[in-house]
Write a protein that binds this ligand. Structure first.
Ligand SMILES: Cc1cc2nc3c(=O)[nH]c(=O)nc-3n(C[C@H](O)[C@H](O)[C@H](O)COP(=O)(O)O)c2cc1C
Length: 454
């Protein structure tokens, strides 16, 4: 029988936590969005829990909508992770940047730099989003349609990955006698003249400790799956219902295989929003206490916005009008597509009212599970053992108390079951995630067949 799969866990780092009213329970919430000490505290607790990675999602430009209602993560992810790399030793560091804005050279250089300064713990999380506020921030009048968005993303990824391979360490000869430091002949410059981006030459940073930084990708559409199965090592996705999770998992693993990849080299990590208590009752009480601080009018409005309807179309205590919601689908903005699909999948499964839907983490979008540590651990293992996930990106309800509950009460159960590390066994994020050190195929050992001449 094959060994049970290890659980992969990331922490989606949000200033006050995922619960939209978490900030009301915290002192000094006004300063949280840009408080380096608060992020250091989160990083240290996560590393104490031997968690695979800190995951920094991001709004690519402009003040995010979230900021009008709760603390947001105001600090640039790459700069923040660079600082966190110096106060942690092992935990992975995942930085989100978009393929819509800026030039891929900059991203290749920044992530390569993070990989060097963290000694092999960096990952790039690719997003393709183009919110109106970000478009405005970058002076763009309009975004790209779906096909063009992914064509642009592919060019972006080709350039970033090509640049990451372009200055092999073997090229740094430091040869005193010949007065040569970098051997130009050993470089692997790229020359990509695309529709969206053009570049020529080599990166200014050498190949890093992982061979290549890890690549995550966040998305959900069919185009996103095809893109991720080609370029990513791990997919961050939103899945609220296990059947949908299994379908996504099977689809992307099949796509990876059809690209000639080993399906185990593409990890699937949906978001998960656990609310933990000593007992199920305590967890439900924690959730009820937090929910009491929510702004229901705002959430009702956001639910309507996800469905491209008016709040009056969604009376709070009536079942959701599914036919009307379906009819409005063509008007749904891109940013609402994935949360809409996920909220609907759960609402249809459980026959929710608008109130139940509005209170189901519609801003964060991810599946909520409320219970005792044993229940949370069992849920995680059930998804992994029935082909719906390789691990989860945890959205912590309140930082850092919720993370401490996971680290001190849920992770020990997974460890006891032999499904989660009791200590880090390697230095790099690739190692933590069970991914091989990356070797440029041009340097790979040729396959020798038994019985043939060398
Ligand atoms: C789980 C998940 C996480 C995402 N995280 C971000 C993010 O941090 N910042 C962002 O601007 N967009 C984010 N996105 C949006 C995606 O990059 C993409 O724009 C969106 O999914 C629409 O594209 P698609 O319909 O092709 O999936 C996320 C999407 C998903 C599914």
């Amino acid at each position: 029988m094959p060994a049970a799969k290890p659980v992969r866990l990331g922490v989606n780092v949000l200033a006050s936590g995922r619960h939209d009213a978490a900030w009301k329970t915290l002192p000094d919430a006004a300063g949280l969005s840009s408080d380096i000490d608060a992020f250091i505290r989160i990083a240290k607790v996560a590393e104490r829990g031997k968690i695979d990675a800190l995951f920094l999602a991001d709004g690519p430009g402009g003040l995010v909508d979230e900021a009008f209602h709760r603390p947001w993560r105001a600090l640039d992810p790459i700069t923040l992770l660079s600082a966190l790399s110096q106060v942690t030793e092992r935990i992975g560091l995942v930085a989100t940047t978009s393929t819509i804005f800026g030039h891929p050279y900059v991203v290749a250089r920044q992530i390569a730099t993070l990989d060097h300064i963290s000694k092999g713990r960096a990952a790039w999380n690719i997003i393709t989003s183009q919110s109106p506020v970000a478009l405005a921030a970058y002076g763009l009048d309009q975004g790209f349609d779906q096909e063009e968005r992914y064509r642009r993303a592919s060019e972006f990824a080709e350039i970033v990955t090509g640049l990451w391979d372009s200055l092999p360490n073997a090229a740094i000869v430091a040869d005193h006698a010949r007065n040569v430091f970098v051997d130009e002949q050993a470089l692997r410059p790229i020359d990509i003249q695309g529709k969206h981006f053009r570049t020529k030459g080599s990166l200014s940073a050498p190949v890093g400790p992982q061979g290549r930084p890890v690549i995550f990708q966040a998305g959900q559409s069919e185009d996103s799956k095809a893109f991720g199965a080609r370029y990513a090592d791990a997919l961050f996705t939103g899945q609220r219902v296990i059947e949908g999770g299994r379908k996504f998992y099977a689809d992307v693993k099949a796509l990876a295989r059809s690209n000639g990849r080993n399906a185990d080299d593409l990890l699937v990590m949906p978001g998960l929003f656990p609310i933990v208590g000593g007992t199920e009752q305590e967890a439900l009480r924690r959730k009820a206490d937090l929910d009491a601080g929510l702004d229901l009018d705002f959430l009702h409005g956001e639910l309507a916005r996800h469905f491209a309807l008016d709040p009056d179309d969604l009376p709070l205590d009536e079942p959701l009008p599914f036919a009307r919601i379906e009819a409005a689908e063509p008007r749904v903005p891109i940013a609402s597509r994935w949360p809409r699909k996920q909220i609907l999948s759960e609402a249809v499964t459980y026959g929710w009212t608008a109130r139940q839907a509005a209170l189901s983490n519609i801003i964060g979008g991810h599946r909520m599970v409320v219970g005792a540590p044993e229940q949370i651990a069992a849920d995680i293992l059930h998804w992994i053992d029935t082909g719906a996930a390789d691990g989860f990106n945890l959205n912590i309800d309140v930082q850092t108390s919720g993370l401490e509950d996971i680290v001190d009460h849920v992770i020990p159960i997974l460890q006891k079951a032999g499904r989660f590390r009791t200590d880090y066994t390697g230095q790099t994020l690739r190692h933590h995630l069970g991914l091989a050190h990356y070797v440029d195929p041009r340097d790979a050992e040729p396959v020798r067949h038994v019985g043939t001449a060398a």
